[in-house]
Design a protein around this ligand. Sequence first.
Ligand code: NAD
Length: 479
Amino acid sequence: MDYAETIGAHYIDGNWVEDSDHSQNINPSNTADIIGRFARGDAGRVDQAVAAAADAQPGWADASPQIRHDVLEKAGALIMARKDELGRLLAREEGKTLAEAVGETIRAAQIFKFFAGEALRNLGDAVASVRPSVDVMMEREAVGIIGLITPWNFPIAIPAWKIAPALAFGNAVVIKPAELTPACAWELAKILDEAGCPKGIFNLVLGSGSLVGARIAEHPDIDAVSFTGSVPTGRQIGVTCASLGKKVQMEMGGKNPMVVMDDADLDVAIAACVNGAFFSTGQRCTASSRLIVTKGIYDKFVGALTEAADNLVVGDALDRATQIGPVVDEKQLQQNVDYVKLAADEGCDVRGGSIQNGPGFFQKPAVFASATNDMRVSREEIFGPCASVIKADDYDEALHLANDTDFGLSAGICTTSLKYATDFRKKSKAGMVMVNLPTAGVDYHVPFGGRKGSSYGPREQGGYAREFYTIVKTSYISA
Ligand code: NAD
């Protein structure tokens, strides 16, 4: 796909809508590679999209669930058929490796297919009333128009896991993807158009958070907003939505702990930590950025992790030998470099983390050995290939440190002890718990989400997504 000469337009009411203002989309592996130019809309474009959605949504909600199933099933099939081409675009646009990008694209296809089935499984309930000759029914209806605001780090999977349930249950969508990754969302719009999604039901408005995103949050006719991104943006959107009485769901940051116990299988632990901390260049909300290691294995672990991190091949996302792609942009790279310096200033023994020369934003993975849990590098989300390694005296201290954070998205433990694994699973204050597995990497058919500063509102994905994308109606019927 070569978009260099193309201008990606908005998709509103089934039409491609041009704009005079554009942004350039650059390949972070090679800044000379311009992927394309994409429209930058404003509040007026959002208003146009909402008007189209308002006209179309009642008919979509009333349509047979078979129709919604068929559109989603076809969208999933079209994504799957183009997985290599779309994966390549994703790797070029966002910078994750080709294997990771194709994997994410397959996941997006699976999500559409899963929610195609969910359109048919929108079960209700019936119960006898406490009053004689009265029946009570509980049914789930569409919410209405859903505004979706998405980040750059999973540019096809996150839009998919919001769009698919929204459409499955009869809602109309206005989505604003991240400015750094418009191309994947633009391809999704083309796919939904080809899959036969009726006009006005799916609308894509490209542009900035401050103009397009803010208008989505405050538009009076948008009934619910699902957001994924950083904590400050999420909180701001949450306040706006709450003040307007809108339903809102926010998936935000993480500072996810991985506990490594003395009894862990060291190879399993290193594999889980390397994957969790550094794959996808550490740019995952579920990344293991705090490795909490008990004292008996600490030195051995730090040695093995440093060696493994140093051996990772950092380079062009499209090169099949690459294991760690570039950082997404110059701003994020500078932020990572600042945190590497801060780690040293705070007293960590820093291993790696240097910038690599090249036409892109390349950085070696960084291990912050001798870190403590109260350092800023252990408390703030860096969103880069950097991990603090924190020593704990024993299991109890490790558990305490794992939960001692403002976040609560994912948490893991590497151990061969059933006792520790079971206790950790029960006492972790995270939304997702992993045993002998990386904190990142989740199934598409089960709930995703966290606690504390990481998430707000009902869970995303799997059958639980219905909670956000539907509204319950209770009916009383007397014969
Ligand atoms: P971000 O908050 O900067 O942007 C997210 C989206 O919000 C973008 O589309 C952006 O344009 C939009 N936005 C920005 N300002 C806005 C405003 N005032 N009003 C409305 N919309 C606005 O986040 P990012 O840098 O794109 O993504 C990285 C962050 O996302 C990290 O913190 C990461 O942890 C988080 N993340 C969380 C999850 C999760 O499920 N918990 C998943 C992926 C990423």
